[in-house]
Write a protein that binds this ligand. Structure first.
Ligand code: SF4
Length: 224
């Protein structure tokens, strides 16, 4: 039996199967073999929905693809879904999500005006940090989302997001306050604290407020 046949059999029997990338590239049917860089929104979302490229596919309730304005000027990228996001299939819901909404409202933006996604599309168990292999497995999806949105600016939320988007080990405190470039897409990128961190350390909210002002100013300057 081919790997595709075996996988179909195991899935039909409700037996969990983790398809590694090598197997998937070799055996997926031609109609699904299209490179991620060629996918449109619909096929990209469908590819993510069925993705089994890393072990998180075994523990997720559902994937969390991303949401918002597909032509947004500002794209917000966090770390990974938490328990509530895993339940609802949407990014940044729950307390941290509400704080993000409030932060956007404070600078005159609605959630519907921006596009929101995460580095990982599936929840790491117990909200542990994403593992490097998981980030690598998921990275092409995010890069394709950025390429499709073509935002003027990416706002990276928190250390894990910044580390992976900028390939750096510098902490948020040293990265915030200036414009970087996302390595893969050459998109302007700024960094601030993750709302979940701000819930634990409310005294840092004033720094985030300054960051948000800079973001608005950067977007305004680029619009001229
Ligand atoms: S985290 Fe990303 S690579 Fe891993 S199973 Fe989910 S969608 Fe696929």
């Amino acid at each position: 039996m081919s790997n595709v046949g075996k996988i179909a059999y195991l899935q039909a029997m409700d037996i969990p199967v983790w398809i590694n990338k090598t197997t998937q590239e070799k055996d997926i049917p031609p109609e699904k073999a299209t490179s991620i860089t060629d996918l449109d929104w619909e096929t990209l979302a469908d590819r993510v929905r069925h993705c089994q490229q890393c072990g998180l596919s075994q523990s997720r309730k559902q994937t969390v693809f991303g949401t918002g304005n597909l032509q947004a000027e500002l794209m917000i990228i966090g770390e990974a879904p938490g328990a509530e996001e895993d339940r609802q299939g949407l990014p940044f819901v729950g307390r941290a999500g509400q704080l993000l909404t409030n932060m956007l409202n404070a600078i005159g933006l609605d959630r519907e005006q921006v596009y929101i996604a995460n580095i990982l599309k599936c929840r790491p168990p117990g909200n542990r940090d994403p593992q490097p292999a998981e980030v690598i497995a998921c990275n092409d999806y995010l890069n394709r989302q950025i390429a499709l949105v073509q935002p003027r600016l990416i706002l990276s939320l928190g250390g894990i997001s910044a580390k992976n988007l900028l390939q750096t080990d510098q902490p948020v405190g040293r990265l915030r306050g200036r414009v970087h470039q996302h390595l893969a897409t050459r998109t302007d990128l700024m960094v601030t604290y993750h709302p979940a961190y701000l819930l634990r350390r409310p005294e840092e909210k004033s720094k985030t407020w300054k960051d948000l002002q800079q973001i608005i100013s950067h977007l305004a300057n680029r619009s001229i």
